[in-house]
Design a protein around this ligand. Structure first.
Ligand code: 16G
Ligand code: ZN
Length: 553
């Protein structure tokens, strides 16, 4: 039922990057753009199979390498509901890619493909099901060419309908994939496939509704917001949002910097969320001018955001993912309380071991909110937030995160709003806020709007936000080791199981430093081991960290 000859022809033309070992990691496939042709070809096929497996629902595919340098690129598959590819399909993605990469003849690849189709019982002949695919790419120079590799077989071999969004942010692709399926389900054929415009209308609508609920003028509470878009796709997309007729915040309150997405080499270079978080300094293009301003940085595909400000002594202060989590937790738990729902709806924060110890203590002891810790990687946090809480707030310290609102949350709010009560303001706030958040995945634009709305409602300046708790001094070091795979962890990556005996040595170092905490884990994205350390005394931090590193190397 597959057009064998056509597939073979496309395979021969497209699979030019041979003998590259591909692995589908936490962020999909990612490597040098010049090595990706083959894996694009097979990922396109896998996305089609995933859609067929799911009765032809829209499956998303995003071409991006996020905060990586401009020479890199990558690809990941998105489920019909906007979440990450089902974990049990990740090995298939690898098998198919490596079969094509290492095959000497087309038949070897074809056999692997047939094996997968049979294993998953996918009916290629079902004439009433056409696979549906949504594709998007970030601003990288290599993306158009890789897109052709990705989509080459979709229509011609598999009769797929392909919705090409062009250049979009990663969260836009997630959102539009989910929305397209919701529309199909509601048989809303008049609206058919979702577009970027739906995304802007929806989030601006929620933002405006929140301000109207509070009878606030649509001005930011800070005099000015500077947005560093890492010279990535966030720049043009944000400009579209700001140019929308419904966006009414005065234009002199917002300035976009590092918005040269058309100059390939500038992407993520000395700017963007990763640079600012790692180096704890302003990005290129910003000089500390006004100390009342708020600043934020997106990463290259705009799924991460961190905020910062400079104080009156022009000292830099970072407001990272932990601070975003705690701001939302403070705001939403207060709203729940005011709506008298704190006993019926469960709010909680999900963090990883990289969260600063002070943030964890603040959430538990000051906000009296439950906290969970999971392994690094968005899928782990997302899963915990979605299954354990009605309002599940999750952010990695690096700025990637969102809030998940449960079905019970929506039903409860709706039913409370339908009866007369004294808590309408809080109920409406919760309802609008849930709309303002892109629940499919962390989204720099949506998270930014939610932070701006929260600060305006709480009448908080960046400094007040920062003062809620003070970070413990901390350090993250990358160690190159001969074989990182021997570093195996347990307890959500907070303890080493292997090499045997190393953890007890680490524990004995930790015991010497007041408020000391440290852990060691193999990176999932680089050939290195990461060492994290935090302690009370800034002047002891280097020594603390070095002692741990000494045992690791
Ligand atoms: C990936 C993850 C990110 C995590 C990072 C850790 C996704 C979409 N991305 O980029 O969440 O913080 O890996 O990198 O899950 P590491 O394993 O090298 O420390
Ligand atoms: Zn990213």
């Amino acid at each position: 039922k597959i057009d064998y000859e056509q597939l073979r022809k496309l395979y021969d033309e497209t699979c030019r990057t041979k003998n590259v070992q591909y692995s589908y990691g936490t962020a999909g496939f990612r490597t040098l753009a010049k090595d990706l042709d083959t894996v694009m070809f097979t990922t396109g096929i896998l996305a089609v199979l995933r859609s067929l497996k799911l009765q032809g629902q829209y499956v998303g595919v995003m071409i991006t390498a996020s905060h990586n340098p401009y020479q890199d690129n990558g690809v990941k598959i998105v489920e019909p509901d906007g979440s990450m590819l089902l974990a049990s399909w990740e090995p298939y993605a690898m098998q198919l890619a490596n079969a094509a990469s290492f095959a000497t003849h087309f038949e070897e690849f074809y056999a692997e493909l047939v094996k997968l189709i049979e294993l998953e019982k996918i009916d290629l002949g079902a004439s009433n099901i056409a696979p549906h695919i949504v594709v998007g790419r970030d601003s990288r120079e290599s993306s158009p060419c890789l897109l052709r590799c990705l989509t080459s077989t979709m229509a011609s071999v598999f009769h797929a309908r392909v919705l090409d969004l062009g250049c979009v942010t990663t969260p836009q692709l997630h959102y539009i994939t989910d929305l397209s399926n919701r529309r199909e389900r509601e048989a809303d054929s008049a609206l058919a496939a979702a577009t970027e415009q739906d995304y802007y209308s929806f989030f601006i609508g929620a933002f405006n509704e929140l301000f109207t609920t509070y009878d606030m003028e649509k001005r930011l509470s800070v005099p000015k917001l500077f947005i560093d878009t890492a010279n990535g796709i966030g720049g043009p997309q944000l400009k579209k949002l700001l140019a929308s007729k419904d966006w009414v915040v005065p234009s002199d309150q917002i300035e976009i910097i590092n918005d040269k997405s058309d100059v390939p080499k500038l992407l993520n270079s000395e700017c963007g969320a990763d640079y600012v978080k790692t180096n704890q300094r302003l990005p290129k293009g910003l000089s500390p001018s006004s100390f009342e301003s708020l600043y934020c940085s997106f990463d290259g595909d705009a799924d991460r955001v961190v905020f910062y400000y400079v104080d009156s002594e022009l000292k830099f202060h970072l407001l990272d993912g932990d601070k975003i989590s705690t701001l939302f937790a403070k705001f939403l738990s207060k709203q729940l309380e005011m709506a008298n729902l704190e006993r019926s709806l469960k709010i909680g924060v999900v963090q990883t071991a990289y969260a600063n110890g002070s943030s964890t203590a603040y959430i538990k002891d000051t906000l009296h909110c439950p906290v969970s810790c999971t392994k690094t990687g968005v899928k782990h946090l997302h899963h915990e937030a979605a299954t354990q809480y009605d309002i599940g707030i999750y952010f990695e310290a690096n700025g990637h995160g969102t809030i998940i609102f449960s079905e019970k949350f929506h039903q409860t709010i709706e039913s409370e709003l339908s009866k007369p009560n004294d808590h309408t303001l809080a109920l409406k706030t919760l309802s609008c806020f849930a709309k303002l958040i892109n629940q499919t995945v962390g989204d720099a634009m949506s998270d930014m709007l939610a932070v701006l709305a929260t600060l305006a409602i709480l009448k908080m300046a960046p400094m007040n936000w920062d003062e809620e708790y003070k970070d413990l001094p901390n350090k993250l070091v990358k160690c190159i080791v001969p074989d990182r795979s021997i570093f195996q962890t347990t307890d959500q990556e907070r303890k080493l199981q292997n090499p045997v005996g190393l953890q007890s040595k680490i524990d004995s170092v930790i015991a010497k430093y007041p408020m000391g905490r440290s852990f060691v884990r193999a990176s999932g994205t680089e050939d290195a081991v990461r060492v994290y350390a935090e302690c009370q005394d800034m002047s002891k931090l280097d020594q603390f960290c070095n002692e741990i590193v000494g045992y690791v190397k």
